[in-house]
Design a protein around this ligand. Structure first.
Ligand code: ADP
Length: 944
């Protein structure tokens, strides 16, 4: 029904694209008119446009003409040489009409989905030029420094030809040179460079000259999904050393390693027992399962027992190799999954607990969680003694009941008030230490049980480097948060970094929301269209391709085991390689890429590996991947953004062949990999190899598939082909994507709370930095302080408690260097306003006096009256500094408090409360408190 309507009227997207095509026609008309202009006349257009904008025309009005000017400029550049990445390149690009469509979409703030190779770099130049005409800051955000520099040199040539300036913001640019970079009309740079500069400008700069950015008008984010989705899970953080560290990773690490070793020994033993029984019955390996075996009643019971043992191993060490082998046998696999479902049920909880009692730690691979069993706690107290200062105890995992303990102290008749207070302080201290210790233990266990070397991170030059789970890129400088990074350092026995304190932090999402206009480009945006729309209000639009895509997407080949899969890949590579076609193999992890590389080496296949460990030559490796006979193994990062050009004659042979070594958790990443082949109408093909041992399949297959596999188990080495499987893989992927989306949304919901507070503090700080009259701000602040406090003490004349002039007097005298006699406030007729104004006047007087005295003092030192202005200036600068330092110090403390609050509320789910609501509520209270302490602190500092 709907389908028919859609055919007649088109979808909303079709209509938008149609409207853009009409604009393209206008652009082309202008383009024709410009043919007769001289080069100088074309260049003069830039000044003319700028003038017209000043006179009130909008960028929307100018779009057709401005785009036509870019097109004209491109044509005139043809044949000239442009210096790019160390080589001279001959310019040969004039935007195609579809690129103009994409350029229009970008200007209107869409995410343009353009397949890789469709020329996004050139496309972006049009909206960048148009928006830069306003003189406001325009940024193009790339995924790495190399591309920032390349794009700036390459397509930047057009806008430079037209008289605008460009600059590349890359890691090596010094702070001093950055204001110059940002002054350019168009700046090319990575998200983290822009983001960190923002944080530095707002939390580190001590005078306005130290700030480097000049605002956020229009940004186009290249590979937008990679930046707003993949990278969005870890926020940008500027941190510094923590004044006092309590972390105990060094002390605890040996104990935890011993505990984990014990768990491994236990699992080994259980697995061997089970294996032996099953082998005796010839029921263990896959082939054995095929013949009928008759078992007696006792034997059957023993067999069942053995399978239960295997299940126990799956809860203790989910990646145990005996278990892996067992799962190759469809019967066992099915039985294990049934047991899992059975023990998942509440009614079988007791039985489950009994069965798992042997394990120290119970791992839930699906939810990526684990828990320590009673036995684990007992073993911990026995083996957990590592360094001398460490005394392991079962108490390590039990938190104090603070409320109960406080009550006990209060009820203790032997203590006087002072002693009670001391007892409580000591208790809090003890509680803090225990929490820290328990937290360190938890993170160490997590590091051992759930974080895998060469999958989640690599060890490089004595450092733990995170690998982005989607792109496979190493992320040097970034750290797992909440102590996990230190825990992994302890596990891998590399130096453990000192605890750090956050000075400033922001998520990329919230950073990019600051731009007045935002747009994005990607080869694969439609799968995440919902998220872009919900969070950034960005519409994803599929832009038509220049030539129809010629790629052959072959059906997935699915194998029972990883072993069979790798053999099949080897055979495939040999076959294709013999024809001379280049092959690009995409893997999910560094581990897989190295395994494959080993296999190829053993088989004498020459190849190149590109992964997080060797990515210096990324762009170069990728650019050679299209040569005849090339074999390239790459993790998913696969040089995104760099083009794979086919070598001579390769198109004739069939183009690039892409092999995916597993389906990724996210469909988008798979599409990206496919998209590496068959660019701009070239021929090419892509195929994925999957095994039931791949993480995706292991975690998300269904009982239905197991039943089917039992019937369909193909002979060793043969793939299973069934359409139902293809569908269930997609379902599994969708489920994981959904879960990851929730995680990101969650992070953002928390950061939103922070974001409001951050922008308030930063704007106050900026006011301090930029004001020409800090003295006025200081005076304002003193007035507010006096007023707020007055209303605390003098809220209600009617009651004793609500009207306490003496209390106010005392408060003033303890917080500020002023004295008042009791009579000054204590009159029956004085109103709140009158009392308040007496107080403020005296405080302001004292303040002005202080500044004045300082001036006098320097005058006495022999300087003349002429210096008065200069001294006033100096006093102002000193005040500015005092206030900014106070803001920074308290804001940093606040960030720490917020961190703690966050981990605290997450434990409250147990109490049936919504942690986010709790967080918002308490964060608000904390922020309110911050405002008060900040004013009080500044007041004290001002008089110091
Ligand atoms: P994407 O970022 O979309 O993958 P690129 O911007 O890297 O694509 O461009 C892909 C290739 O297409 C580049 O080699 C570029 O030179 C070429 N190209 C793009 N647009 C044009 C054009 N209008 N005319 C000729 N070549 C083009």
């Amino acid at each position: 029904m709907f389908g028919i309507f859609k055919k007649i009227f088109g979808t909303a997207h079709d209509r938008i694209i149609k409207r853009y095509w009409r604009l393209v026609a206008e652009v082309n008309q202008w383009d024709e008119r410009f043919v007769s202009l001289s080069d100088d006349e074309v260049r003069a257009k830039t000044v003319e446009f700028q003038e017209r904008i000043r006179r009130g025309e909008t960028v929307d009005d100018l779009l057709p003409e401005a785009y036509a000017v870019v097109k004209t400029a491109c044509r005139r550049l043809c044949g000239s040489e442009v210096h790019v990445s160390g080589y001279n390149q001959r310019w040969d690009m004039v935007p195609y009409d579809v690129q103009v469509v994409g350029a229009i979409a970008l200007h209107y703030g869409a995410i343009a989905e353009m397949q890789t190779g469709e020329g996004k770099t050139l496309t972006a130049t049009m909206p960048l030029y148009l928006n830069a005409l306003t003189g406001k800051p325009v940024h193009l955000v790339t995924v790495n420094d190399y591309l920032a520099l390349r794009d700036c040199e390459w397509v930047g040539a057009i806008v430079r030809w037209l008289g605008l300036t460009t600059a590349a913001l890359i890691g090596g640019v010094s702070i001093e040179a950055r204001p110059g970079v940002y002054a350019a009309d168009i700046v090319y740079g990575t998200a983290s460079e822009f983001g960190f500069d923002y944080l530095r400008d707002n939390s580190m700069a001590h005078c306005k000259e130290e700030q480097v950015q000049r605002g956020y008008y229009f940004a186009i984010i290249d590979e937008v999904d990679s930046i707003l989705i993949d990278e969005a899970r870890t926020p940008l953080i500027i941190s510094g050393p923590c004044p006092q560290s309590r972390q105990l990773y060094d002390v605890l690490k040996d104990g935890v390693a011993a505990l984990v070793r014990r768990q491994r020994d236990i699992c080994n033993r259980i697995a061997q027992e089970a294996k032996k029984v099953l082998e005796d019955f010839r029921l263990f390996s896959a082939q054995e399962g095929e013949e009928e075996v008759k078992l007696s009643k006792e034997q059957e019971a023993a067999r069942r027992e053995a399978v239960r043992k295997l299940w126990v191993v799956s809860k203790g060490l989910p990646t145990h190799r005996v278990l892996k082998r067992a799962r190759e046998n469809p019967d066992l696999r099915d039985e294990l999954d049934k047991l899992e479902a059975y023990y998942h049920g509440d009614q079988n909880k007791e039985e489950r607990t009994l069965l798992l009692a042997e394990l120290c730690i119970i791992v839930d691979e699906r939810s990526n969680e684990y828990e320590l069993s009673d036995k684990g706690i007992a073993v911990w107290s026995e083996v957990g003694h590592g360094a001398a200062s460490n005394r392991a105890s079962p108490d390590d995992f039990i938190m104090l009941d603070l409320g109960g303990e406080y009550a006990r102290i209060d009820d203790d008749p032997t203590l006087d008030e002072d002693e009670k207070l001391q007892a409580k302080v000591a208790l809090r201290e003890e509680d803090g230490m225990r929490k820290e210790r328990a937290h360190n233990l938890r993170q160490l266990l997590r590091a051992h049980l759930l974080m895998e070397r060469d999958v989640d991170y690599i060890v490089q030059e004595g450092k733990i480097v995170i690998i982005d789970e989607n792109t496979g890129r190493p992320q040097p400088g970034r750290r797992f948060s909440d102590g996990l990074h230190q825990a992994i350092e302890a596990k891998e026995a590399v130096p453990i970094q000192k605890e750090t304190q956050t000075y400033a932090t922001i998520t990329l999402q919230n950073f990019f929301r600051m731009y007045e206009k935002l747009a994005g480009m990607s080869g694969t945006a439609l799968t995440e269209a919902g998220e872009f729309k919900e969070i950034y209000k960005l519409e994803a639009l599929a832009i038509p391709t220049y030539r129809p895509c010629q790629r052959k997407d072959l059906d997935d080949l699915i194998f029972m085991t990883e072993r069979e899969k790798y053999n099949a890949i080897l055979a495939e590579v040999r076959k294709i390689h013999a024809t001379g076609r280049p092959i690009l193999i995409g893997t999910e992890s560094v581990e897989a890429s190295e395994k494959l590389s080993r296999i190829f080496r053993q088989n004498g296949l020459e190849h190149t590996v590109l992964n997080a460990k060797y990515n210096d030559r990324e762009a170069e490796v990728i650019s050679l991947a299209g040569m005849q006979g090339a074999i390239t193994i790459a993790t998913n990062m696969a040089g995104r953004g760099t083009d794979i050009k086919l070598g001579t004659g390769v198109a004739m042979l069939g183009g690039l062949h892409v092999i995916g070594v597993s389906r990724h958790q996210s469909r988008r990443i798979d599409r990206q990999l496919r998209g590496r082949s068959a660019r701009l109408g070239d021929p090419g093909s892509a195929i994925f190899f999957i095994s039931f041992e791949d993480p995706l399949m292991r975690l998300f297959s269904s009982p239905r598939i197991n039943t089917m596999l039992k019937k369909l188990r193909p002979p060793e080495g043969e793939p299973i082909s069934a359409t139902i499987l293809n569908r269930s893989i997609e379902t599994a992927q969708k489920r994981v994507e959904g879960r990851n989306y929730m995680v990101r949304k969650h992070t953002l919901e928390y950061d939103d709370v922070m974001n409001k507070q951050r922008s308030e503090i930063y704007s106050f700080r900026n006011e301090l930095l930029h004001t020409s009259d800090p003295i006025a701000i200081a005076e304002d602040l003193l007035i507010t302080l006096c007023e707020n406090s007055a209303s605390d003490f003098l809220s209600n004349r009617g009651s004793d408690e609500g009207w306490n002039p003496e209390g106010y007097r005392q408060w003033l005298m303890t917080h500020l260097p002023v004295t008042f006699t009791p009579e000054e406030f204590d009159s029956d007729y004085m109103t709140l306003e009158q009392i308040c104004s007496i107080a403020t006047n005296k405080v302001l007087h004292a303040f002005r006096h202080k500044i004045h005295v300082q001036q006098l003092r320097s005058n006495l030192l022999g300087e003349s009256e002429d210096h008065d202005a200069a001294h006033k200036e100096m006093a102002a600068e000193a005040l500015r500094n005092i206030m900014i330092r106070a803001v920074d110090k308290l804001w940093q403390e606040h960030l720490l408090a917020m961190d703690h609050l966050r981990s605290e509320v997450s434990m409250r789910t147990v109490a049936q409360k919504d942690p986010l609501m709790e967080f918002k509520h308490e964060a608000f209270a904390l922020f309110h408190e911050l405002g008060r302490t900040l004013r009080a602190k500044i007041a004290t500092d001002l008089f110091r």
